[in-house]
Ligand binder design. Structure first.
Ligand code: SAM
Length: 379
């Protein structure tokens, strides 16, 4: 796209120049994604794209309409996913949030655009804890389809674990610091013969793995670990051996695919917190909880990385990214939503940094601001 045909040419940096800070963009996301793709430097490509599109519920929400023919809805989403694929950092991930009405179509589109090998997981988020009695079934959860073009194995090495809140202690004064013990028997599904053997502990007690399980280590490896003081023998040496996992080694907990409202909030708590912040007018119908987005952002990115949300809505992703020290790009086509929700929320978390005058939004350091297609640069 050249600058003659690109309405956003004036506001995005030219190719190769660094994209600094964060950007709130008002307009249709397909146009803005296209413009970003030709302009964002390689090092500034988003490492996380979170998409929370209209779910095609057939409802007219207060702030946006959510009904389209299925084919039209699919075509629109396919186009956005294709644009996201062009823009995404090579080691990035894409998270598509949908409910049970369209999640199967969304997943098929993700397969089509990113390839089946890019599939990482589908997270179930408990969006509701009360019962909805007007429907045949009370829909209590949404789906987040997670894809990483580098594939799940390589992406696992780059993603962050969840905070490990387990307690560590150092009862034996190990110079390596505090530790806790974890079992050394694992499911025997992929075991080799070398993982089934008798272990005799320091107190002379013999141990075998329980039925259906095996030792995590071969006999020789277990001996090495024991010689290195990494095996804990409970009950004064008579208990089953356990591995000492040191605090310094902890890389966080592997996220599970089930995210409960008690951990990351639900729709009701997200709405309540928007209302509690005295935002003017009606509340946004479909905000996601900040804790949910904080978890997504912290798994998929590191401080300084860019997070992109092409369906920004009330701005939850921007708030989460800002709070966690990530740069972000948020795109929202409703100026009413930007003015009523996004700007006040941003002003609240970074009060001195945001210019929220009229319909123009600016970021802390980016100073790229615009609305209604009229470009402006500010300090
Ligand atoms: C489900 S809401 C997103 C909610 C958001 N995650 C939050 O926590 O508030 C979808 C949003 O996408 C916006 N939207 C829909 N189509 C769009 C498009 N083509 N370009 C930009 N924004 C769009 C709607 O105006 C709406 O605010």
């Amino acid at each position: 796209m050249d600058s003659a045909t690109d309405p956003y040419a004036a506001i995005f940096p030219v190719d190769g120049t660094p994209f600094y800070g964060s950007l709130l963009a008002h307009g249709d996301n397909s146009e803005i994604l296209r413009s970003l793709t030709s302009r964002m430097g390689v090092g500034d490509r988003p490492r996380l794209v979170y998409l929370d599109p209209p779910f095609n519920t057939g409802e007219q929400w207060i702030h946006y309409e959510d009904s389209a023919a299925t084919e039209e809805w699919e075509a629109q989403l396919r186009l956005r996913l294709e644009l996201v694929r062009e823009l995404l950092a090579p080691d990035g991930s894409v998270w598509l949030h949908l409910d049970d009405r369209q999640q199967h179509r969304g997943r098929a589109l993700m397969d089509e655009v990113f390839g089946v090998k890019a599939f990482v997981a589908t997270v179930i988020w408990q969006k509701r804890t009360s019962r909805e009695n007007r429907k045949a079934f009370s829909s209590a959860h949404d789906y987040l389809h997670v894809y990483a073009p580098i594939g799940p194995k390589r992406w696992k090495l780059l993603r962050n674990g969840l905070p490990d809140t387990g307690t560590y202690a150092n009862p034996d004064g190990d110079p390596r610091g505090p530790w806790r013990s974890i079992p050394i028997c694992v499911q025997a599904g992929h075991a080799t013969a070398s993982q089934f053997y008798e272990i005799v502990g320091p107190a002379g007690t013999a141990h075998w793995p329980p039925r259906g399980r095996c030792w995590a280590y071969s006999e020789s490896r277990l001996k090495e670990l024991d010689d290195d003081g990494r095996i804990y023998w409970p009950k004064n040496g008579a208990g089953k051996p356990r591995l000492k996992r040191f605090e310094y080694e902890s890389q966080g907990l592997t996220p599970s695919t089930l995210w409960l409202a008690a951990e990351v909030g639900d729709n009701a708590s997200a709405k309540k917190s928007l209302m509690a912040n005295h935002l003017a007018g009606d509340v946004f119908d479909t905000p996601k909880p900040e804790q949910l987005l904080e978890r997504v952002v912290s798994i998929a990115t590191n401080p300084g990385d860019v997070v992109l949300d092409p369906y920004l809505g009330s701005g939850t992703t921007a708030v989460a990214a800002e709070r966690l020290g990530r740069r972000w790009v948020g795109i929202e086509r409703s100026i009413q939503t930007i003015n009523q929700f996004v700007l006040p929320r941003l002003a609240e978390i970074a009060p001195k940094s945001w210019t929220a005058t009229g319909t123009v939004a600016g970021s802390r350091s980016a100073a790229l601001v615009y609305s209604d297609g009229h470009a402006a640069r500010s300090a």
